[in-house]
Design a protein around this ligand. Structure first.
Ligand SMILES: [Zn+2]
Length: 305
């Protein structure tokens, strides 16, 4: 059974498996984090599957699971169900910027009892479950790409909604393949642009990406490029994961990859030789994956072939 949220011993906030994954890769959870169930009165130990895998696909993604059903309390609604209506889900929310202190370690609890989190105390006081289901908030584009792959598999891209940059749209509209789209039509279109690309390391410790399929500009076909500067990577909290993924793609697939980036295509005005680049000022806004997900992505291009 796949479980969505868990608690850490020294944090009060329930963590989604995606969030635990990025905190682990930001080296804030230690080598062997211990998770427990968020259920009422429940302290069942949980494991986060795929926590240490640098790559993600439809089959490889972080989620919690419990060792034994008997570990859960009789009052645990996570495994025993709450009855009533199925949960209503709002749109997923992609936040363009993380809140300040998002990667700071939460202070350890100082109370002598040490076991009851405020959420649990509140729950005990009011007799209700800790918190109602909330829409999912994401900060790393990779989390959103994961949802995109899942919605594609479930064939509901056109109805599944996501709020990004303050606007709510569907996954179908948000994710766009660069292939043969007219770049002039999209200078103002901030979207999750994606496509196959080649990746290489640069001499100064950064990376260079070049899409293998082009935008159209008049009669010309322009393959967009991106540069990830070493100094930006070094300042990025999840750099260990980013570098592990990129280096693995270079080592195992000779740099052949699939790139997703939340950006606008940029073209210089009046250049003799036109070109297209994507610029991002936040490394949370790019996700690079190995070619194994192409099978999962087949037919998602918005351009009929
Ligand atoms: Zn439980």
């Amino acid at each position: 059974m796949s479980i969505e949220e868990a608690l850490l011993p020294d944090r009060d906030e329930p963590l989604s498996a995606e969030r635990a994954y990025e905190l682990y890769w930001a080296e804030l959870l230690g080598d062997e984090p211990r998770f427990t169930c968020v259920g009422t009165g429940c302290h069942a130990p949980l494991t986060c599957a795929c926590l240490k895998k640098a790559e993600q696909t439809l089959l490889i993604r972080p989620y919690y699971r419990s060792h034994r059903l008997e570990d859960h309390a009789a009052t645990c609604e996570v495994v025993h169900g709450r009855g009533g209506e199925p949960k209503e889900r709002g749109p997923d929310v992609f936040e363009a910027e993380r809140p300040a202190g998002h990667f700071h370690r939460a202070p350890a609890r100082t109370s002598a009892s040490g076991t009851a989190s405020p959420a649990r105390v509140r729950a005990a006081a009011t007799g209700t479950a800790p918190s109602p289901p909330r829409p999912s908030h994401y900060y790393r584009l990779s989390s959103l790409v994961q949802k995109f792959l899942e919605h594609r598999r479930d064939k509901d891209l056109d109805v599944a909604t996501v709020t990004i940059g303050g606007e709510t749209t569907t996954y179908d509209v948000l994710f766009r393949n660069v292939y043969r789209q007219k770049v002039a039509d999209h200078g103002q279109t901030r979207a999750v642009w994606w496509g196959t690309a080649s990746l290489r390391a640069t001499k100064d410790g950064g990376y260079y990406l070049r899409f293998t399929r082009p935008f159209r500009h008049g009669d010309e076909l322009l393959k967009p490029t991106m540069t990830l500067a070493a100094k930006d990577i070094d300042a990025y909290p999840v750099r260990k994961l980013l570098r592990a993924r990129l280096d693995k793609i270079i080592a195992e697939h000779d740099g052949y990859c699939v790139v997703f980036t939340w950006a606008k295509p940029w073209m210089p005005k009046d250049a003799d030789k036109p070109f297209v680049r994507f610029y991002i000022d936040n490394l949370d806004h790019i996700d690079v994956r190995g070619p194994d997900i192409l099978e999962e992505l087949k037919n998602t291009s918005r351009v009929a072939t």
